[in-house]
Design a protein around this ligand. Sequence first.
Ligand SMILES: [Zn+2]
Length: 166
Amino acid sequence: MVYEYDTGKSTLYFDSVELPPLSQEKNIIGTCTNCNSDVQSVSYHNHEKNNIVAARCVKCNLFNAIVYDTLWNWLGEESISSDIISKIGSSGNKIIEPRIEAPMDTEELHYLRSIPANKLSAVFSPAEIEAMFLKASEQKYVRQYLYRARKKYQDFNDLFDIMLNI
Ligand SMILES: [Zn+2]
């Protein structure tokens, strides 16, 4: 069992299953096993019939997924193995992996792939980047996002001297 957490989206991942937040209420829900300080809820999630609360120690930052049954009986807790920060621009090194199932090997795609992901994410939103990759690989894309991205091609060129034409 692996728990991961996306801080930007407040989403918990249980063995890669996405569990969106049902609530982001902050409650003191226990005591830290590491330092005895208060443990505060970050977000509440459902998985099958269980309630899972992502909770963080206010002092040492220990981050756990606490599992309860439907009647809120405590079942156990697991540490959250990684905390993904999805805020764009916070690291600049975030690797964008567009969901491409069967990419066409086009020149446009090669060109797009040669551009460092941190440059793309400095200007474009993840949805816009995805639309650009999908368009370049001749797959279905969301027109609205590509349209928005196109409006920023000039800015992108001004910033990085890279001309896009997708
Ligand atoms: Zn602690």
